[in-house]
Write a protein that binds this ligand. Sequence first.
Ligand code: 5RP
Length: 224
Amino acid sequence: MTQDELKTLVGQAALQYVVPGEIVGVGTGSTVNKFIDALATMKDQIIGAVSSSEASTVRLKALGIPVFDSNAVEDLSVYIDGADEIDHHGYMIKGGGAALTREKIVAAQSRRFVCIADESKLVTALGAFPLPVEVIPMAAHRLMRQFAVLGGVAKLRMKDGLPLVTDNGQHILDVTGLQITDPLGFESQVNQWPGVVTVGVFAHQKAHVCLLGTPDGVKTLKFG
Ligand code: 5RP
C-alpha cells in the first residue's frame, strides 16, 4: 500500500468517532483531507465542523459541510487531526502544515483527540522531525538563540522566497537537533519564552487514540 492509500484508510476509519448530531473538530493536512472527504459522506448526520485552518475550512465548505467559529461552540466531543510524529504515550509533534496554533486551540476545546496517521509517524522518541514553533516575527532571532542554548538549530520557514506567514499572521521556526525527552516539561518551558505563540509539541493536548495505517489495516492505539 502507498502512503496515500494508508492515509485514505485512516481518514475513513476516523468516521466511527464522529458523533451524529454534533459538531466535529477538524485538523489540517493531507491525512485530514482524506478524513474531510470521508466526512462528506455523512454530512447530513452532523451539524458541522470547527476547523483548524483556512485550508481545511475551504475544503469543508466546498463539500457542503458548515464551518463554525470556535468561539461559537463551547466544547466538542472529538477532534480529528494528523501528526508529524506520535510516540507511545500519545505525545506528538505537529505543525508541518503551519496550522499548529489553531490545531492546539481546537484540540483544547475537545474532549477526545483522535490522531490519524500512517505508520511512518509512530516513533519511540520525539524530535527527528524538525519541531515547528509559531513565533511573533520580531522575536524570531532571539528565539533562534534560545533554541541554540538547548542544542537546537532553528531555521525560519520560507515560502516563495519570503518568510511563510501563518493564518495568524506570524512566522514559523523549524528546529532540528533537539532531544525532547520530557515532552510535557519541554512544552511548558518553551511556551514561556516571550514571542512564542505556540510550540509544536502536543503533550498537554496529547492524543487519546491513534488510528495508525499499516499494510495489515488500521491499528488502534489507546493512550491513558
Ligand atoms: C499541520 C499538522 C499536520 O497534522 C501534520 O503536519 C501532518 O500532516 P500530514 O497528514 O499531511 O502528514 O500538524 O499543521
